[in-house]
Design a protein around this ligand. Structure first.
Ligand code: NAD
Ligand code: DAU
Length: 353
């Protein structure tokens, strides 16, 4: 296999750290540069195990800073970009939309432009891999699935900014011939996810016997995928995906939020040795998220048939592993929930209770 020099943006975040861990360990002859601005969501502890590896280095930079990105392309012989850096939390996008436009839209355009300039039309062996979300497709009713042909219909500032970034990636491909590939994935869960997202938030709150804020009636449906399976799909697409194509990735694992909350409660009761049913008493229905998408569900036929990818973990196993990880890594949780997280939690949930 030809050696590669891969720039991973957002590698100190949740999914990026798992992508790096998989690829750094699997491809010793590739070089990896982790580019991250270390926002509240980026944490070098997420990649601490990679720090001393010969084929890994870290650069602190902002994807909207064209000069800084140009310099990184000038220093390293980058032939592949895996672009994950983004603002990723829907609730934050409702509170503060402009940072989403800046990072997700302007940041992606900046990365595309820097790659195009650095590669100067010599696109052989080059690839810009853009990691995106199923939320660009909008919201489903009780039936149906998102396929790669589903029309875009984003409905939150987050999903609109990700849709904008997908369009920019396709524009650089069609206009300039930049070799690109895009994947759109469903909800991820697993270790190192920032505890603003549903699963780690509920694990952390149960641990501290705090209310579990279920939005609306808890009937919204998400399709959950263990994060390491997403990383495996990204590896498969990186090596076997067709240039210019889009691949949907999903768990085939739909849960209503309230049912998922109960699974987490049951698992936590078992792991903490608490009386069965005690965590469920913490469930608290709170006012709904503005514009809350009802259901996401992915048809992953294309990535399965073309590249042989399939999720490897059953959900019960994935949730048990995730709960174990958070319980064993209380120090990590404490460090990411100190300081600014407390203000965030107050702002987001004080008016909801
Ligand atoms: P995350 O919020 O955990 O991590 C984002 C990372 O990007 C952080 O390390 C942060 O420091 C970095 N970052 C943010 N702004 C930056 C900037 N201006 N310059 C450089 N770095 C910056 O996000 P995640 O959940 O790991 O998601 C990663 C990607 O995958 C995102 O593009 C997201 O849209 C996409 N995605 C996420 C999910 C999910 O369920 N979490 C599902 C599908 C797709
Ligand atoms: O579908 C992929 C997307 O999944 C990714 O692109 C996003 O980056 C990621 O954050 C995620 O978005 P969601 O909005 O679906 O995830 P979140 O964990 O925020 O919420 C999951 C569901 O749970 C959603 O229906 C809202 C609900 N919820 C969430 C929180 C944080 C609650 O009921 N209570 C909560 O406190």
């Amino acid at each position: 296999m030809t050696s590669k020099t891969i720039l991973v943006t957002g590698g100190a975040g949740f999914i990026g750290s798992h992508v790096l861990r998989l690829l750094v360990n699997r491809y010793a002859d590739y070089s990896f540069i982790n580019l991250d601005a270390l926002t509240y969501a980026g944490n070098l502890a997420n990649v601490a195990d990679l720090e001393k590896r010969d084929n890994y280095s870290f650069v602190k930079a902002d994807v909207t800073d064209l000069d800084a990105i140009r310099k990184i392309f000038a220093v390293y012989p980058i032939d592949t970009v895996i672009h994950l850096a983004a603002e990723s939390h829907v609730d934050r996008s409702i509170e503060d939309p402009l940072v989403f436009v800046r990072t997700n839209v302007v940041g992606t355009a900046t990365m595309l432009q820097a790659a195009r300039e650095a590669w100067k039309g010599n696109f052989g062996g080059k690839l810009f891999y853009h990691v995106s979300t199923d939320e660009v497709y909008g919201s489903l009713g009780e039936t149906g699935y998102f396929t790669e042909e589903t029309d875009y219909d984003p409905r939150s500032p987050y999903s609109a900014s990700k849709a904008g970034s997908d369009h920019l990636v396709r524009a650089w491909h069609h206009t300039y011939g930049l070799p690109v590939v895009i994947s759109n994935c469903s909800n991820n869960y697993g270790p190192y996810q920032f505890p603003e997202k549903l699963i780690p938030l509920f694990i952390n709150n149960i641990r501290h016997e705090k209310p579990l804020p279920v939005y609306g009636k808890g009937l919204n449906v998400r399709d959950w995928l263990y994060v390491e399976d997403h990383a495996r799909a990204i590896d498969a697409i990186l090596h076997g995906g067709r240039v210019g194509e889009t691949y949907n990735i999903g768990g085939g694992n739909e849960w209503r939020n309230i049912d998922l909350a109960r699974v987490i409660c049951r698992t936590m009761d078992e792991k903490l040795g608490r009386e069965r049913g005690s965590s469920e008493e913490l469930i608290s229905y709170v006012p709904d998220r503005a514009g809350h998408d009802m259901r996401y569900a992915i048809d992953a036929t294309k990535v399965r048939e073309e590249l042989g990818w399939a999720p490897s973990l059953q959900f019960e196993e994935g949730i048990a592993k995730t709960v174990d990880w958070y319980l064993e890594n209380e120090e990590w949780l404490r460090s990411v929930t100190s300081g600014a997280y407390q203000d965030y939690y107050q702002t987001m949930y004080q008016n909801r209770s």
